[in-house]
Write a protein that binds this ligand. Structure first.
Ligand SMILES: *[C@@H]1O[C@H](CO)[C@@H](O)[C@H](O)[C@H]1NC(C)=O
Length: 113
């Protein structure tokens, strides 16, 4: 068993003072996953922009923030990065992270921004 703690972040990322994307917070409880399982983490957001960039970060117990995957809103394809992929639905403003083949090293907090 591994434990992946989840957190949906509230984040207003600012680029030279302009608000890029505004996230909705919905704290999620910790979920436990069997090794090798696939886990999906939800993130919903709000923004009035049509062009924006979404990210998932991982924060392992050691504390550093690690970028894992990014999605440009105009792209017609879901981004993938190794065992990570996203299910991005622009209309629904939903940006889910999918981790396949869970490993012990996946035990972390995950942030979307
Ligand atoms: C991502 O995948 C989901 C599920 O297959 C699909 O509904 C969605 O339209 C895809 N998003 C993009 C941007 O391709």
């Amino acid at each position: 068993m591994i434990f992946v703690s989840l957190l949906r972040a509230v984040l207003v990322s600012t680029c030279l003072g302009s608000s890029v994307a505004q996230m909705v917070t919905q704290p999620q409880p910790e979920v436990s996953v069997q090794e090798a399982d696939t886990v999906t983490l939800d993130c919903t957001y709000s923004t009035s922009d049509s062009d924006y960039y979404l990210l998932w970060y991982k924060q392992p117990p050691s504390g550093e923030m690690i970028f894992i995957i990014g999605q440009e809103a105009y792209k017609q394809q879901n981004a993938t990065n190794g065992r990570y992929s996203v299910n991005f639905q622009k209309e629904a403003k939903s940006f889910r992270l999918r981790i396949s083949d869970s490993q012990l090293e996946d035990a972390a907090k995950y942030f979307c921004a």
